[in-house]
Write a protein that binds this ligand. Structure first.
Ligand code: AMP
Ligand code: ZN
Length: 117
């Protein structure tokens, strides 16, 4: 049985075993600065409970996933980027998912093109 807290990168961040710039934390959610930012604001919001990705989510995860998005909205409010920001879930390696602990990207602080690449 895999020990998520040691084998998963973001579980290690949440446990404080890997350094990260924390932005926000509550009972369900942890948020930190992306190590390779793609915009002036690039924050990752993750559920504290390990969940591989959206594909693996079920109805019992709905509250957690919703809370991640509400945390993104709150961070955007605090940073004054509400003129235009984007929340992104990359789902599967074909879409660029490289860390298999569900994370919402919050991107903002610059003009964001559409469609995304
Ligand atoms: P994704 O490609 O959607 O799976 O996103 C993974 C994101 O995690 C990328 O934007 C990486 O820059 C970011 N990342 C990887 N390792 C770390 C880390 N140790 N601390 C913060 N962000 C990270
Ligand atoms: Zn994890």
């Amino acid at each position: 049985m895999m020990d998520q807290s040691t084998d998963c990168l973001f579980c290690r961040v949440i446990a404080g075993k890997l350094p990260a710039k924390k932005v926000y934390e509550d009972k369900h959610v942890f948020a930190f600065e992306d190590i390779n930012p793609q915009a002036p604001t690039h924050v990752l919001i993750v559920p504290k409970k390990h969940l591989s990705g959206l594909k693996e989510a079920t109805a019992k995860d709905a509250d957690t996933i919703g809370r991640c998005h509400l945390a993104a909205a709150e961070i955007a409010r605090q940073r004054g980027i509400e003129n235009g920001y984007r929340t992104v879930l990359n789902v599967g390696s074909g879409a660029g998912q490289s860390v298999f602990h569900l994370h919402v990207h919050l991107l903002g602080g610059r003009n964001l093109g559409w469609p995304p690449g």
